[in-house]
Design a binder for this molecule. Structure first.
Ligand SMILES: *Cc1c(COP(=O)(O)O)cnc(C)c1O
Length: 349
């Protein structure tokens, strides 16, 4: 942790993760650190899920990060490095959350930002964020995998910093979530996590290894976008969990290595299973996450946790990101005229 509160630029309260983990990250206190006080997210015991799987299950609520997803952990580092190294603009391909996070941190750091998103395929909240933060939002008539290929080529030709999770600083920042888990729980036997581009699971493994810990990694993909489970690319990935609608993960090899080293597994959950877990989390645990995040809980409900006694499920993004899916998956409102008798009837059912 930074010894000087003034190093936490423009803020009070808990330090952002670069200051908190300065000794574990490739930064100096004198770097132009771009932070919104990300990280240090809540870890809550999920009593009803614990009952159902017969182990102690904790939820790591990454939706509590400043832009509502874990992407902020990596983005504060990627944008800080870009700024330190003289970049004026950052760019990413995104299923939504990376775009929202890049846009926010670029605005914070005084950099330009462009994002390539699959046309019509990103959740409303994420699009609103990217636009509000002033990013140039480009809707590609193609999928995420094509968008990533194109931004990779573009950044070879122009001095624009690529902030997708192929950027090592992203993994450096995201590994801190694994370190936080070990600091808080002391020990955990397994981690359940949704897998899209496979940067996050790779980063958690890196974090765990740095603190000498090896929980089993249970990675879960959506059945319609499960290249790691199938062992081959998926040309047209489809799932309600838009954040993990990815057919050719950039961190494929590393994720599989992490899974093997940890004696973990990678499995697929269907959209119905994801949506069941999504509603269950909101209605029974009081935690509203986005559909992709619920894949971690859907996975342990479906496959169990083996011998593990203490498990952490990563809830990667906030439910408010995707109001449309939420409205489709929940009950309807009760119309009512402004009269006591009618209200009484409406309230008491
Ligand atoms: C990015 C994202 C994921 C997938 O993370 P990867 O590093 O791409 O595997 C899962 N859930 C949410 C909400 C995300 O934004």
């Amino acid at each position: 942790m930074s010894p000087e509160p003034c190093a936490i630029r423009g803020g009070h309260g808990h330090p952002g993760l670069i200051h908190r983990f300065l000794d574990r990250l490739p930064f100096e206190a004198s770097d132009p650190i771009v932070t919104l006080q990300e990280g240090s997210t809540p870890l809550v015991l999920a009593e009803r899920i614990s009952e159902r799987v017969g182990a102690e299950v904790f939820l790591k609520i990454e939706g509590a990060n400043p832009t509502g997803s874990f992407k902020d952990r990596g983005m504060c580092c990627a944008v800080t490095a870009a700024k330190r190294d003289g970049a004026e603009t950052v760019i990413c391909a995104s299923t939504g959350n990376t775009a929202a996070s890049a846009a926010a941190y670029a605005a914070r750091g005084g950099l330009g930002c462009a994002v390539l998103v699959p046309d019509g395929k990103i959740a409303a909240g994420k699009l609103a964020q990217a636009l509000m933060h002033g990013a140039r939002v480009i809707a590609l008539k193609g999928n995420f995998d094509e968008a990533l290929e194109l931004v990779r080529e573009l950044t070879q030709r122009h001095p624009i910093a690529l902030v997708n999770s192929v950027n090592e600083y992203r993994l450096q920042g995201q590994k801190t979530a694994g370190i936080e888990l070990v600091e808080e729980l002391g020990t955990l036997d397994a981690l359940a996590i949704p897998v899209g581009n496979a940067g996050n699971i790779t980063a958690y493994w890196k974090g765990f290894q740095e603190v000498g810990h090896s929980p089993r990694l249970f990675g879960f993909q959506a059945a319609g976008a499960a290249p790691l489970v199938l062992g081959h690319r998926v040309e047209r990935p489809e799932t309600v969990a838009s954040a993990i609608r990815i057919g050719n993960p950039a961190r494929w090899e590393e994720a599989m290595t992490a899974m093997t080293q940890s004696a973990g597994r990678i499995e697929a959950v269907t959209d119905d299973e994801i949506l069941d877990a999504y509603r269950f989390l909101a209605a029974e645990e009081g935690v509203f996450c986005e559909p992709a995040s619920a894949a971690s809980v859907a996975g342990i409900l479906k496959f169990g946790v083996g011998e593990a006694q203490r498990v952490a499920c990563v809830l990667t993004g906030h439910g408010l990101k995707d109001p449309q899916t939420a409205m489709e998956q929940s009950g309807s409102v009760v119309p009512c005229p402004p009269e006591l008798a009618a209200v009484e009837k409406a309230v008491l059912g």
